[in-house]
Design a protein around this ligand. Structure first.
Ligand SMILES: Nc1ncnc2c1ncn2[C@@H]1O[C@H](COP(=O)(O)OP(=O)(O)O)[C@@H](O)[C@H]1O
Ligand SMILES: [Mg+2]
Length: 278
């Protein structure tokens, strides 16, 4: 296994660079990246959301900007355009910017090239946060090799195989010097946890050994919305929107109660059962 040393980066602006990852596909990394980026923007932070799923771009569809992409991160990395040309401001928030992955190819980007474009973007727009959405395989080695990632949000869905994958992802990242890791449980099935059919939150944390940063419920509307370029904040009565807001606060160091703002959770007994099993 290749181990990448963490580089000392002294002269970059202090944007917080967060990797959204799991070695498992389909757990919701892109959904989490897009919605978390918007929630941070809603808090007044200037955010750059980067689709680093080179070869399989998809965030442009989730954001509804697929027809607006002229240049992507790989174009900027290879000097075909200035980084400013690859940055697109989201129409819903003046604080949210997006950079697309190449439609095809791009995995041979080097660590130096990746560092240069991310630092160039930060220097240009003075972002507070940069979120990097990754492919399922842990993918692009240049990202880890660059040494610029500060925190990793490891996404698991409410299924044993993805919880195991989260633990494995955490081990791999730690071997590559990314030790600030948070677990995000996505597509959490409240009914299954309440009835004991699926593990509760404490059990998931015990299995993955990673500190929890939040729970995002399974919401069919979130999935349908994503197909139409809509984010959680555009859905009525969305607990997912509350969840992403909570996680954004925790990423910024705030102490936010686990189910803050969730509708439909009434009793302490219910919450205890969600934490435990059955
Ligand atoms: N919390 C959720 N509730 C309902 N559907 C979700 C949720 N999170 C993700 N999905 C859906 O699951 C599928 C995979 O999500 P995606 O974000 O593309 O995963 P990944 O990037 O890890 O491959 C998509 O159809 C997405 O809309
Ligand atoms: Mg994805």
């Amino acid at each position: 296994m290749r181990l990448f040393a963490r580089r000392q980066v002294e002269d970059r602006k202090t944007a917080k660079i967060t990797l959204i990852t799991s070695c498992k596909g389909g757990v919701g990394k892109s959904t989490v990246s897009a919605n978390l980026a918007m929630s941070l923007a809603e808090r007044g932070k200037k955010v750059l959301l980067c689709d680093c799923d080179f070869d399989m771009r998809c965030l442009d569809l989730m954001l509804g900007v697929e027809n607006d992409i002229m240049y992507d991160l790989y174009d900027a990395a290879k000097g075909r355009c200035d980084i400013s040309r690859a940055l697109l401001r989201d129409e819903r928030s003046e604080n949210l910017w997006f950079a697309a992955a190449p439609y095809k190819g791009g995995r041979e980007i080097t660590a130096d090239e990746f560092t240069a474009i991310i630092e160039g973007a930060i220097a240009l727009e003075e972002f507070d946060h940069v979120l990097l959405d990754t492919p399922g395989s842990l993918g692009v080695p240049a990202i880890l090799e660059s040494g610029i990632v500060e925190t990793a949000v490891i996404v698991a869905s409410h299924q044993p195989s993805t919880i195991r994958a989260a633990g494995q992802t955490g081990e791999y990242l730690a071997e590559n010097s990314i030790t600030d890791q948070r677990l995000l449980i996505n597509s959490f099935d409240f009914e299954a946890a309440l009835s004991g059919q699926r593990p509760g939150i404490n059990e998931i944390i015990d299995r993955s050994f990673i500190q929890l940063c939040g729970i995002v419920p399974y919401e069919r509307e979130l999935m349908l919305g994503a197909e139409m370029g809509k984010l959680a904040g555009q859905l009525k009565n969305s607990n997912a929107h509350a969840a992403f807001g909570n996680i954004a606060g925790r990423l910024e160091g705030e102490n936010v109660p686990l189910f803050n703002g969730f509708k439909g959770l009434k009793t302490k007994i219910q919450i205890m059962r969600l934490l435990g099993r059955g």
